[in-house]
Design a protein around this ligand. Structure first.
Ligand code: SF4
Length: 399
């Protein structure tokens, strides 16, 4: 029987580093390095071929970094290797993350021809001064041009990323961003609240930090997001994600429902065949190791041995997932979705009723109105989502 898997493909390049960013991405790399990286990535994709014949790929997410730094030829190449190694479902969701300022019409036409059918554009704010302060490479007009180009190129599934809780952001400027985004009527909106990560330039910038909105305004922005997006027909299906009906991100749903996914490329994470693991994070090391694998393809070596060597060279932090961790993850990730978790699904996966494992916790939170049960589903209420960190901690199992 076929099994399902999703693919995450990491492109670790950006035109410049945003002040708040702690993702694995490099700025200022030459085109030559990008070419070598894509070659290496294609070798990794190719190495998977002998072991994925039983799998069907439901979604591909090309994320970063800024994947739209890559021209259409390189994305076409990556997609061609994916299609050679993996079986893609007929209507697989294939997303590329993009930043305004890197999305030209020609590129978009090429992406579409390569099979990309969803674009996720990082706008973050419609306020040009704010974008500058954050170190973003684009202004609002460039976003408008990119968005319109994507529509003209035929993309009918577009996400826009925005952020609240930004330095100097007021309720007024945040609502202005929301309203301008709503004018475009994208199919999906991701609305995250800024988190200041240690080690980022923002974390060291006292002046910017002193202008972060206070807790009351932060809370108001969160409430306004929910109300305004609901009023415009966007369904909140996860804490920070809103979609028009039928446009929920299939790829993210795989993460939140405990599905298997393979991470390809530098530093990417996987959950595959009962294990979690990461790829190495050193760019030169990754390229060299995959160059060595590339040579093996020209020798008389079985594809299975090449796969074994590739994963031995690439993977680190390999953790087998035991039953208790699987149960916890099922709850932590599933409760991020507003539809919560299915009681029947829980029983099918773990061979026991959810109340056998979590009876006291569920009774407490359902009794206090933080969680609710409707038919087969158990979920956090609005009141529960507000204090989700505290609630989710109670779903850790004693070991
Ligand atoms: S574009 Fe995204 S990945 Fe690149 S530096 Fe900015 S936040 Fe980080």
């Amino acid at each position: 029987m076929s099994k399902y898997v999703s693919l995450y493909v990491h492109i670790p390049f950006c035109a410049a580093k945003c002040k708040y960013c702690d993702f694995l991405s490099f700025d200022g790399e030459s085109y030559g390095i990008m070419l070598r990286y894509v070659d290496a990535l294609c070798q990794e994709i190719r190495a998977y071929q002998p072991i994925v014949s039983d799998y069907i790929v439901r979604s591909v997410f090309i994320g970063g970094g800024t994947p739209s730094m890559l021209d259409e030829g390189l994305i076409t190449n990556i997609m061609a290797f994916i299609r050679k190694s993996f079986k893609l479902e007929k209507d697989a969701e294939i997303t590329i993350e993009a930043n305004p300022g890197t999305l030209m019409h020609q590129k978009l036409i090429g992406y579409k021809a390569a099979g990309i059918n969803r674009i996720s554009i990082g706008l973050q704010s419609a306020d040009d001064d704010m974008l500058k302060k954050l170190g973003r490479i684009h202004n609002f007009d460039q976003f408008v041009a990119s968005y319109n180009s994507a529509r003209r190129a035929g993309f009918d599934n577009i996400n826009i990323d925005i952020m609240s809780g930004l330095p100097g952001q007021t309720i007024h400027t945040y609502v202005d961003t929301l309203s301008r985004v709503l004018d475009f009527a994208p199919e999906h909106i991701s609305a995250y609240s800024l988190s200041v990560e240690p080690g980022t330039p923002l974390a060291e910038d006292e002046e910017l930090l002193s202008t972060l909105p206070n807790e009351i305004n932060d809370r108001r922005m969160y409430d306004i997001t929910k109300q305004l997006l609901a009023a415009h027909g966007y369904y909140r299906y996860e804490f920070s994600n809103y979609a028009k009906s039928g446009y929920e991100c299939k790829h993210n749903m795989v993460y939140w429902t405990g599905g298997e996914y393979i991470g390809l490329g530098l530093g990417s994470s996987s959950y595959f065949q009962g294990k979690r693991f990461n790829n190495i994070r050193d760019l030169n090391d990754y390229i060299e190791k995959m160059d060595a694998i590339s040579e093996k393809f020209n020798q008389d070596i079985s594809p299975e041995l090449i796969y074994n060597e590739a994963v031995r060279n690439l993977r680190e932090n390999i953790t087998p997932i035991y039953i208790d961790s699987r149960i916890e993850e099922f709850m932590f990730l599933g409760l991020r979705m507003t539809c919560g978790v299915s009681r029947e699904d829980f029983t099918e996966r773990f061979n026991k009723d959810i109340y056998e494992v979590y009876g006291p916790v569920l009774n407490k939170y359902i009794g206090d109105g933080y969680m609710a049960m409707s038919n087969d589903r158990i979920y956090l209420t609005d009141k529960g989502i507000d204090v989700s960190n505290v609630i989710l901690a109670d779903f850790l199992l004693d070991r």
